[in-house]
Ligand binder design. Structure first.
Ligand SMILES: Cc1ncc(COP(=O)(O)O)c(C=O)c1O
Length: 353
């Protein structure tokens, strides 16, 4: 079965929104825009005009950055929007479902629930740092499994999915499910992007974001990369003019060589700080385990996780507690050197308290 046939037939037949034509250096009386140019902000494209339906230049720049063709990428409002578009495009409400490991990023479940799609969560291997159990994921799949989500490095465990495991998923579900690899944190690790597998696997979709390593969470920009025919379907579902002019211009500027160097240096600093923090935190007697991590966060197992989170909050530091299978764990994001020093001082007081 071709991957396109897995997309909902309504979506396959959907024509992209017929937007008013946009041609440079013309008098535009075709889009009910205001002739009044706002004095607010200083943008290359005036704000009285709609943005491009899809930001072409940004799309090409991101395609180059992520090593795919221009028609294999859709720029989205954060990778969160891409998760939503994928689920809405593939899953019929009340019929189809997604499969995802747990613990993993909770937005997969969130958007599936909104769509009325089922969610099958497959527990990771508790004895192996909650590593994704690929055999169990495949066993959980049925005829109505339209999308399988994996995150590499995984949030909140920080561990990457070995390439052999990904290939096993892609091969086993070729023609039966879309396999989404969420690479939100890939820049902080050593693995190469799964985009290089796209030619061989039309059922692969890769998510990237500018919210983490690039430091632009506030701009809400991400991307989904996949086979051209699937990207065309996702684009038909996405709202026209989804990316606002200020966002497009801000992200275009963020992708200039000099800015990219600054971002890469920031990633290097996070990686150095990550190993310092992990080492220092591992010394506290209330910490029984520090997970290895390829991300800008790591997981620790502690004696009394809730008390520790509360203690840190009382010192103005917010940490992430999940409960459930991770009831004795806390996820710590690596901050600046001084943030991390403040955290270590607070943890020291907790140890002595
Ligand atoms: C694994 C993972 N994927 C996707 C996202 C969404 O990122 P954004 O919508 O900011 O691109 C996050 C955010 O924390 C995440 O942890």
């Amino acid at each position: 079965m071709s991957i396109l046939s897995l997309v909902r037939s309504e979506v396959r037949q959907l024509h992209p929104y017929d937007a008013a034509e946009q041609v440079d250096d013309t008098i535009r009386l075709n889009a009910n825009e205001s002739p009044q140019i706002s004095s607010i902000g200083n943008f290359r494209r005036p704000l009285n005009r709609y943005p491009e339906v899809r930001p072409q230049r940004l799309q090409s720049t991101l395609a180059k950055r992520f090593n795919c063709a221009d028609d294999q990428i859709l720029v989205t409002r954060g990778s969160s929007e891409a998760i939503d578009l994928i689920i809405r495009s593939f899953c019929h409400a009340g019929v189809d479902h997604i499969v995802t490991p747990t613990p993993a990023f909770s937005m997969y479940r969130h958007y599936a629930t909104i769509q009325g799609a089922g969610v099958i969560e497959v527990r990771g291997l508790a004895e192996h740092d909650f590593a994704i159990d690929v055999g169990a994921l495949l066993e959980a799949c049925t005829e109505t499994t339209k999308v399988l989500f994996v995150c590499s490095p995984n949030n909140p465990t920080g561990t990457p999915l070995p390439r052999a495991d990904l290939l096993r998923l892609l091969d086993a579900r070729k023609g039966s499910s879309a396999i989404v690899v969420d690479e939100a944190y890939i820049e902080f690790g050593r693995e190469s992007s799964a985009v290089e597998l796209l030619r061989a696997y039309p059922n692969l979709l890769v998510l990237r974001t500018l919210s983490k390593a690039l430091g632009f969470a506030g701009a809400r920009c991400g991307a989904v990369i996949g086979a051209q025919e699937i990207i065309a379907c996702l684009s038909a579902v996405q709202a026209p003019y989804a990316l606002a002019t200020p966002v497009v211009e801000c992200v275009e500027d963020a992708l200039h060589e000099r800015q990219l160097t600054v971002a890469a240096e920031a990633v290097d600093r996070v990686i150095v700080e990550r190993s310092r923090l992990m080492q220092e935190i591992g010394r506290f007697n209330f910490v029984s385990k520090v997970w290895p991590s390829d991300a800008n966060f790591f997981l620790v197992r502690v004696n009394d996780a809730i008390a520790l989170v509360e203690h840190c909050k009382s010192h103005n530091i917010l940490l992430r507690y999940f409960g459930g299978d991770l009831a004795d764990c806390i996820r710590i994001t690596v901050g600046s050197q001084s943030d991390n020093d403040t955290l270590l001082a607070a943890l020291d007081r907790f140890g002595k308290g």
